[in-house]
Every structure is written in C-alpha cells, then in structure tokens.
Design a protein around this ligand. Structure first.
Ligand code: NDP
Length: 464
C-alpha cells in the first residue's frame, strides 16, 4: 500500500483517460493512492470513442446485409429492409456517450479526481493543465503517461480532402464510392464495413499483400475472399494525389501511382498511428523517446526518468487495448503493492474484424521456420466450406492452421479466417499459454458440428 504523506498533490497523476489510464487510475486508487487523471477529450480514449467499440458495432451492422443475402436459401424472403446510415451512426454515438458516463462514474466511485484539460510536463514532478477556462499546475510523486496515439496522414497533395478513422465514426452521410488506403487492421476492417453497408469500395495498399505480420496463408485467403465479395484490391500502389472534381459524378478523384484515377466520394487513410507525445513537455523532464516519438520504457513501464512511467500505444509496442489493460495492472502491482511484475507480451492473441474475421495467436509459419528451423516445423491446415454455406449460395471458405514445433511438440501458432475467429482464438490462446502440445489438441474431443472442432481434428501435417 502507498503512503500518502508526501508533499505532492497526488501520489499518482495519470495523463490520458483511455483504457490503460483509467484502469491504472482505478487500481492505484483502490490500493490507497491519491490519484488524479488528466484528460482533454472524452473519457475512454480511442478504444471506446473512435476505435474497437464503435468499430465492432459497425461490423455487426455490415454483417446484417450479408446475412440477409444468405437468408434467401435458408427459406427467408428478405424484403422491405433498407439501410439508414444516420440511424446506425446516431445509435452508435448514443451508446458511446453512455459508455463515457460509465467511465466517469467508475473513476468517481474509485475516488479518482478527473482533471479536465491538456496536460504537459513542467518538470519530473509537475504537470501544467491547460483547461478551457483555467490553467494550473499540479504535482505528483509519480506520473503515468497513457495518452495513446493518433492516426497518420501522408503529405501527398490533396490530403486535406481525405479523412482518418477518427472521422469515419461521424460521417454526415454514407458515401457511394470509397477508397481506403493502407493494409493494416484499420484499412482491412473499414474496407469490409463499407462494402458490407453497400459502398463500392477499393482498398489501395503499397505492397503485394496486406496484413503484414499475419500468416501468409490467412492473408491470401482473406485477399481471395474480399475479391470474391466484390471489394476492389489494388496492391503495389499508393495514392499520389487527391483532387476535388466539382460537377463530376463523385466529389473526389484519387490518382494512383500506377496511373489509374479513381472517382470516389471518400478517401480514408489508415496508414498507422503515431504516439501522442508532441506537446507533452517530455523534454522538460528528460523523458527519452524512440525514433517514431514513442516513449522508451523498460519491462516494468519505467521511462528514463525513474518516477515517470508509460503504458499503452504511447510506447508503441503491442498496440492493443487488452495489452494496455494488462500493462496498467502490472504497473499498479509494481508501484503500489510492492510486487514487481514485468509486462508479458508473449502469445498475445488478436483478431482482425474483417469479413470474415481473422483470429491469430503465436508464430506465423514464416516466423516459426525462422525461430525453430525450416525442417523443425509441422503445419496442419484445413480449408473448407462451413456447414452453413452448404445451403446458402455463399462460396466463402474458412481456413484453420496450426504451427507445431516438432522438437517440443508445442503448438506455437494458431491462425484462422472464418466466422467467429476472434471468439475461437481466445480459448486456444489459453491452451497455448499453458504450453499445450499437438497431442493435447489431439486428445481433446471436438464439439460437433462447429468450425472450431477442426482445431482438434487435423491429423495429417501438410506434405505428411
Ligand atoms: P497498422 O500499423 O496495422 O498498419 C498500417 C498500414 O499502413 C500498413 O499496412 C502499412 O504498410 C501502411 N502504411 C504505413 N505508412 C504508409 C504510407 N506512408 N503510405 C501507404 N501506406 C502506409 O495501422 P492501422 O492504422 O491499421 O492500425 C493502428 C493500430 O491500431 C494497429 O497497429 C493495431 O495494433 C491497432 N488496431 C487493432 C485492431 C484490432 O485489434 N482488431 C483494430 C484496429 C486497430 P506496411 O505494411 O508496408 O508497413
């Protein structure tokens, strides 16, 4: 437990009330610390306001149209249903505002003081807070920086006509045509959302295949699926210029590096995010930054200044909400319970909410061949038509893949493209975290008929 007898205003001052900052604030306050959190924007950060939560609500909405299409062969006559963008957008916004209130109450109930305004460091113990009306300085024994990241925009001409994921959640109207630039989580997810809502969608990515870092089989299977659904994929190119086309059929034109000109109503850039460290006054305290402006921390979240800590996307390591929550909990154990716990970034499962979604945990086949040696890896793969689609006209296929280290027999990678991939992958992540071997998977009895049972019924290695 903390001692509250210090001469500082607070034992812990947290900059940023996103997922990581709120969790750390509440847990530190529960441990007896005097805590305040500084936030200039809405409570809940990227995940709640312009990230995971509203995105997933949009994904659900985009799936309804596809379900209606499949429903016909299942005996339903789907008529009279039309999509209305303002209804989805405004219902989503109302839900997010409700969550903002939940976050406020959680903080208040934990006796965390919420300081409204933009915080910046004056020195290693002092933070200036510039509010709408007043500005003031507060002091703290320890400072935690959890201010997240911000979407990047390139410098190409006409970029002022483009938007980022931040604006996607509040579009005044749904475009008829959209171009999405990028090949990461956000680009792939929004290409699927827009297409599912009936928007003619093109994704432009600078390399040969999107989702770098995911298993190649899964990336190729998603590429084929998206093309089959009618999403235009342009690989090996970038947008070189965006210009307005007054009087044209579409509002904008995007000129690609290959020479094509795409008429479009919307250009969405999803080309990565940059840690939000500019203007934080970190130089006043001597906090070291990495090349891309990320705060450098050790495995306990300590920066180069021993009373200043950082967690979450501002450190640009594994930029996922559950990782920030985990880091917050480890940090509070370390600082306020005298129980130092290093962050554990091993075997973090994640999902891409594309259509269909991807779920993945552990090493890709390519990574495993590098780590374990080319001949020391066994691959199990199943590419199949899900039972549901044996009755619909949907030609979509699912892919499941296990990567096994031959020597230890441990399953070192699990990958899936198909319905509910994220839900399925969470259980596999537990097994893998416990060190499950291929034989443990084999002696687990499947649940029939499911797609998930494929993970315990694949017996013959590829090439075996
Ligand atoms: P990512 O880092 O996932 O991907 C960025 C993409 O943009 C890459 O394909 C990259 O290409 C490309 N890119 C980078 N710079 C340029 C450029 N100048 N011109 C053209 N393309 C460029 O970023 P996102 O913005 O998609 O997402 C940010 C983070 O948010 C992710 O890292 C993820 O951790 C998190 N997130 C997680 C989600 C989830 O868990 N489902 C959902 C959404 C976001 P290249 O591969 O060539 O580098």
């Amino acid at each position: 437990m903390t001692s509250s007898g210090s001469s500082y205003d607070y034992d812990l001052l947290v900059l940023g009330a996103g997922s990581g900052g709120v969790r750390a604030s509440r847990m530190a306050a529960a441990a007896g610390a005097r805590v305040a959190v500084v936030e200039v924007d809405r409570l809940g950060g990227t995940c709640v306001n312009v990230g995971c939560v509203p995105k997933k609500l949009f994904v659900y909405a985009s799936e309804v149209g596809r379900e209606m299409h499949d429903a016909r062969r299942l005996g339903w006559t789907a008529t009279g249903l039309e999509f209305d963008w303002p209804t989805l957008r405004d219902n989503k916004t109302a839900e997010i505002e409700r969550l903002n209130g939940v976050y406020r109450r959680l903080l208040e109930d934990a006796s965390v003081e919420i300081l409204r305004g933009r915080g910046s460091l004056v020195d290693r113990h002092t933070v200036r807070i510039e509010g709408a009306e007043v500005s003031r300085e507060v002091s703290a024994a320890k400072i935690l920086i959890a201010v997240g990241g911000w979407p990047n925009l390139p410098s190409e001409p006409g970029v002022e006509h483009a938007i980022t994921s931040n604006e996607m959640f509040y579009l005044p109207e749904l475009p008829r045509h959209a171009v999405v630039a990028g090949g990461g989580y956000i680009a792939v997810e929004f290409a699927g959302i827009l297409h599912g809502l009936g928007v003619d969608t093109t994704l432009v990515y600078r390399r040969d295949l999107f989702l770098r870092g995911f298993d190649r089989d899964v990336r190729e299977a998603l590429r084929d699926e998206m093309r089959r659904q009618g999403i235009r994929l342009v690989f090996g190119e970038i947008i070189e210029e965006i210009r307005e086309t007054p009087g044209g059929e579409c509002r904008l034109e995007a000129r690609l590096s290959g020479g094509d000109r795409l008429a479009t109503d919307l250009v969405l850039y999803a080309i990565g995010r940059t840690p939000n460290t500019r203007g934080l006054g970190l130089e006043n305290a001597g906090v070291e930054l990495g090349e891309n402006g990320a705060i450098c921390v050790d495995e306990y979240g300590r920066t180069s200044v021993d009373n200043i800590f950082a967690i979450g996307d501002v450190t640009d390591r594994v930029n996922l909400t559950p990782v920030a929550l985990h880091e917050a909990m480890c940090l509070v154990r370390t600082l306020f319970h005298d129980d130092p716990i290093p962050f554990d970034h091993e075997l973090v499962a994640s999902a891409v909410f594309s259509h269909p979604p991807i779920g993945a945990v552990g090493l890709t086949e390519e990574e495993a061949r590098k780590v374990c040696g080319d001949d020391s890896v066994e691959i199990y793969r199943s590419h199949f038509k899900p039972l549901k689609h044996t009755l619909t006209e949907n030609e979509g296929r699912s892919l499941m893949k296990l990567v096994v280290d031959k020597a230890s027999r441990r399953v070192v990678g699990a990958h899936m493209l198909g319905a509910d991939a994220g839900e399925i992958m969470q259980g596999l992540a537990i097994a893998m975290k416990m060190g499950a071997t291929k034989e443990d998977f084999d002696r687990t009895i499947g649940i029939h008929p499911t797609s998930a049972e494929e993970f315990v019924t694949m017996r013959t290695p590829v090439g075996g």
